[in-house]
Each structure stands twice: as C-alpha cells, then as structure tokens.
Design a protein around this ligand. Sequence first.
Ligand code: C2E
Ligand code: MG
Ligand code: MG
Ligand code: MG
Length: 290
Amino acid sequence: DAKANGRNGCRYYNPALTAEAVHRVELEAGLRRALAHDELVLMYQPQVEVRDGSIATVEALVRWQTPDGRLVPPLEFIPFAEECGLIDAIGSWVLRRACHDAAQWQRRGLDLRVAVNLSPVQFRASGLLDRIREALADSDLPAERLELEITESALMADDADTHATLAALRTLGIGIALDDFGTGYSSLSCLKRLPLDKLKIDRSFVSGLPDDVDNHAIVRAIVALARHLGFRIAAEGVETAAQAELLGELEADSLQGYLFSRAVPAAELEALASRRWPPARGTQFRIDFS
Ligand code: C2E
Ligand code: MG
Ligand code: MG
Ligand code: MG
C-alpha cells in the first residue's frame, strides 16, 4: 500500500496533509504563547439545584482569547493539547485559576463549589495529587469546595492506580463527578466499585426530552442506577423548561444548561450565583426571563 502511494506520489505530496501539519505546528506555537501571555480565560456555568433553585456548584470552562479577539472554544484546542503534551500546563493553569476564583467568592460570602474538568491524561499523570494540593493551599480554598469532573475514558483502565487516585482525592475531601455519563464504555460493575459523588447525564440524552421515548427511558434508568449506588445526579445541556420539568420529576438533583445560563466570566458570576430559580420539583417549572 505504501508502495502504491509512493508510486503515485500521493503519500508525500498531499497538499492537504501539508496544510494539516502546518496547522498543527501553528496551533502548538499559539498555545505556548497563550500560556506565556495569559491568553486563556475561565468562564463559569451554574448548576441549579432542583430542590430549591439555588446554585451550589459552577463548572469552570476554559476558552482561549487570541490576540485578534477570537474566543476559541475548548474542543478546538484541548484534544490537541492532550496530543502534544501541553494539557498538563493548561490543566494546571485551569486548576489554579478556578481555585483562586472560588476562594475569592468564598471570601465574598458566596457558598459555591467549583467543578474543574480533568482530561484523562491529567488524571493519569503522576504529579496530579501534588498539583491539586498545591492549588488548594496557594489559593486557601478548602478541598470541599473543589469538584473534579472526569470522563469514563479516564476510568477505562479500572486498575489499582485508578482506585488509589480516586480514593486519595476523596480523602482530601474533593468531590468526583463522572462527566458525559452514558457516552463512554464504563462497565456498570466498575461503576459500583468507584468512589464517585456525582454522575452527569450527557447532553445527548437530555436533548431529546421530553418527547424521545428512548432518551426518557435511558435517563430514568441512569437516575435509578445512580440513586441505588448513592451518587448525586446532574443533567447537562438543559435548554427548555419542559426538559427541566421532566428531569425534576425524574428526580435529578441539579440541572445545567442554557435554559439557566451559559458560562459567564467570573465577574458576572457573583450576580448570577445569588439568584434563585424556581425549584424544578413538585412545581410547574417556569422561568421568568424578564
Ligand atoms: P463538558 O465538560 O461536558 O462541558 C459542558 C459543555 O456543554 C460546555 O461546552 C458548555 O458550554 C456546553 N453546554 C452547557 N449547557 C449547554 C446547553 O444547554 N446546550 C448546549 N448545546 N451546550 C451546552 P464548552 O465550554 O465548549 O466545553 C466543551 C468541552 O470541553 C467540555 O465538555 C469539556 O469536556 C472540555 N473542557 C472545557 N474546559 C476544559 C478544561 O478546563 N479542561 C479540560 N480538560 N477540558 C475542558
Ligand atoms: Mg464537564
Ligand atoms: Mg459534561
Ligand atoms: Mg459534555
């Protein structure tokens, strides 16, 4: 096959491949510059408690503010950063910034927990615990105010190291949420053994609600499973009042999505976080957009 490619020259002179290579080199240089010149920004999206409409947790979501004013979404650079080895530096920056902001909110009397996304690469890195301890100590943030969101792929190994890391984080007092739940391949028996606090139902299951009967059944099953195992349940990607209402009926614990708020800059969060939405359970869920 390589021979065939070599003969017609495609393999080595494909302009698309060259463009891709150039793009990667530029992206890596750009990300290094972003780290050096403080071009990354964290935005925060609230999770609304079904029980009383308050905000207990906010998720930190990174963006890259380029010098030409573009706000690059994480999916355009995080997967690449994982490949080229920059995820550790970016992840550390995110962790420190999130802890710093959360400590600031606490000093101003806001009772919030901050959730930080951890890539599987970070989760397996040997210095993870030290980094987290450092970030907490430097910002003076109690560990209970930090939650880490990991994905099923971080747990794929399901080995002694995975368990040890999770247990150590839990011992520190940090919460662990399993993000995008239902999209990966974690076995249910593995789930049973893991020290988790929260399952976040993936947006793809929420998006079809309330009409999609398959998604309805899936969400119901996830909630029942999570309840049984003693995990809290958050739903992501909640965009309509009808979805919120149904998730409230199905007894999810917290809801996150554009219905309530997009991710906002830290400065705007303070006003948002003291706001209270109507509780989603037991009442007709209505949002007052005025
Ligand atoms: P995620 O952790 O599942 O975060 C939720 C994503 O869904 C966010 O996209 C959020 O803006 C979006 N979202 C929230 N509510 C809604 C909604 O109602 N409708 C729709 N259509 N989307 C909604 P974002 O910020 O673009 O982040 C995408 C992914 O990038 C995240 O998915 C997470 O996997 C990753 N990511 C973001 N920040 C970080 C980070 O600091 N570190 C790492 N390792 N990954 C990150
Ligand atoms: Mg997340
Ligand atoms: Mg998620
Ligand atoms: Mg997601």
